[in-house]
Design a protein around this ligand. Sequence first.
Ligand code: 5GP
Ligand code: ZN
Length: 112
Amino acid sequence: MDCIFCKIANGTIPSTKVYEDDLMLAFRDLDPQAPVHVLMIPKTHIASADALTEENASVVAHIFAMASKIAAAEGLHNGYRIVNNCGEDGGQTVQHLHFHLLGGRSMKWPPG
Ligand code: 5GP
Ligand code: ZN
């Protein structure tokens, strides 16, 4: 499958990993939008949040359970933001489910 995040997950494309286990990988975004910008992905291919079902969604709970540990390890003791862009209107550019973990600066709301 021609999916860049599957290739990052299986090591075909290199990345700067910050956390990895059997189910997920967290790595630094190539084009960081904050001092800390980590992408958290399931190792299995799920196209987007819109493709989540009762059968495959448990990995999301795992990713969020690990997110707080990754944030702490990155020194984000004053808060952070987790973002999922879903579909064209949501601004999704890579069609493999991922959550942005952003921190190290004060965030604005609402997003553009
Ligand atoms: P999206 O716009 O789909 O929510 O986020 C995709 C993110 O993936 C973007 O922030 C982009 O910078 C990042 N990205 C795209 N290709 C690569 C890559 O090959 N390596 C890494 N580390 N990040 C990537
Ligand atoms: Zn994929």
